[in-house]
Write a protein that binds this ligand. Structure first.
Ligand code: URA
Length: 436
């Protein structure tokens, strides 16, 4: 196969055959296609798109590019949740132990932060001792013992996505529906889940900025998941402001523990979304007959303290210090804080998630390129959210940072993120749409 011909075919709007896609993935992971040629192909895909048939083949081909976890003879329904990426999105930290408490087996393979969006692995690694690199046998044994494991994609798992995602993040070729679909679903197929709940984010802090783009991605994900043999349901959810009241790794772990402990005063949106997504998992996996019953079971698991207990078991099983649950002072702490105040009084209209995510990166809580190192304690705490009244000079955010942080850049981004209005804004609808 001459790869140049495939680049030209896609550039001119053609549809690649299954053999061409399989051949391309095989050659790329064998090192027989140079990154400059693959970048050119990806850019052609950005312009021309992928058909459903091409996306389904690419998904399967990527899933089969490496090792797959076989969980088929574990008793119990295997169900996972994946979000397309946002700011302050720590739902997985709460939902994985919560769904396991409700009887699901949750094999969660997650990613790292990139750009303004956070990553579950970085949040987990801010827990002292927590290991995310689990082998197949460890992953399986943990699922057998406590029903939940949260790890990184192993080196052998979906190597095609590992290589392609890295290249896409450096070449402006992330935000294409077919590529995102194949990237997400290939990893979910390889981790061995049977059912999948997807949280497609839309808004300033998401890859998909408009409802129309989010719908397109949700529909594509749903169609290809079903074609790939997964049971799937999808929520399109709001990501114009950060989720919850913290952005930054150990700060987000702290907030997750607070919500699982019943303290939801400043995290109502986080709790609501966690319950909604968990209820979807319970219905999809057959643990619950109706969404309302799923919500009830999930609420009970929080109120009884069982979900928090399971989070402690998860931390301990993966080498972390479970005492953080009773003593959040054991999490990494920043040596410095800077308070940001409101320039005028009024209703908070907008807290732009993208700009707040950028501010968190400037503080060291995220990375611009994969090789950047992180400060696990760095981040931002929001004292008010959209729809709240704020007085002039009232603190609305606190920055947590170490000596290497670019505090000036972070405060500039934060000031630009805040809009205040004399009119009270309409209430935000967290869940916009559902599939199916
Ligand atoms: N998350 C992924 O895993 N892949 C993408 O392409 C985008 C978001």
């Amino acid at each position: 196969m001459v790869f140049l011909e495939l680049i030209e075919k896609k550039r001119d709007g053609g549809e690649l055959s299954a053999a061409e896609i399989d051949g391309m993935i095989g050659m790329y992971i064998d090192g027989d296609i140079a990154d400059y040629q693959m970048s050119s192909f990806l850019m052609a895909v950005m312009w021309r798109g992928l058909t459903n048939t091409e996306t389904a083949t690419l998904t399967q081909s990527m899933a089969e590019s490496g090792a797959r976890f076989d969980l088929s003879n574990l008793p119990g329904p295997k169900v996972d949740k994946h979000s397309t990426g946002g700011v302050g999105d720590k739902v997985s930290l709460l939902l994985a132990p919560l769904a396991a408490t409700c009887g699901c087996i949750v094999p969660m393979v997650s990613g790292r932060s990139l750009g303004h969006t956070g990553g579950t692995l970085d949040k987990l690694e801010s827990i002292p001792g927590f290991q995310v690199d689990l082998g197949h046998d460890e992953f399986r044994k943990q699922l057998e013992a406590i029903g939940v494991a949260m790890g990184a994609q192993t080196k052998k798992m979906v190597p095609a996505d590992r290589k392609l995602y890295e290249l896409r993040s450096l070449t402006g070729t992330i935000a294409e529906t077919g590529l995102i679909t194949a990237s997400i679903l290939s990893k979910k197929i390889a981790e061995g889940t049977e059912s999948l709940v997807l949280d497609v984010k839309m808004g300033s802090g998401a890859f998909m900025q408009s409802l129309e783009d989010a719908r397109q991605l949700a529909d594509r994900l749903h169609q290809i998941a079903i074609l790939s043999g997964l049971r799937c349901s999808i929520l399109i959810t709001e990501m114009d402001q950060p989720l919850g009241c913290t952005v930054g790794n150990s700060l987000e772990v702290r907030e997750a523990i607070a919500v699982l402990s019943g303290d939801t005063e400043r995290s109502t949106d986080l709790k609501e979304l966690t319950l909604e997504l968990t209820a979807e998992m319970l219905v999809l996996s057959g643990r619950s007959e109706a969404h309302s019953h799923g919500l009830h079971l999930a609420r009970e698991a929080i109120e009884s303290g069982k979900a928090l207990e399971r989070f402690g078991e998860l931390i301990e099983a993966q080498g972390g210090n479970p005492r953080i649950i009773d003593n959040i002072g054991l999490l990494p702490q920043s040596p410095h804080t800077t308070v940001v105040t409101a320039p005028s009084e009024g209703w908070i209209m907008c807290l732009d998630a993208r700009l707040i995510g950028d501010a968190a990166v400037a503080l060291g809580a995220g990375r611009l390129v994969r090789s950047d190192s992180l400060d696990p304690a760095a981040g931002i705490e929001l004292h008010a959210k959209c729809g709240h009244w704020i007085n002039r000079d009232e603190p609305w955010a606190t920055l947590y940072h170490g000596p290497g942080a670019d505090v000036r850049r972070a405060t500039t981004k934060l000031s630009a993120a805040l809009s205040i209005s004399p009119e009270k804004p309409a209430a935000i609808q967290l869940v916009k749409e559902r599939r199916p």
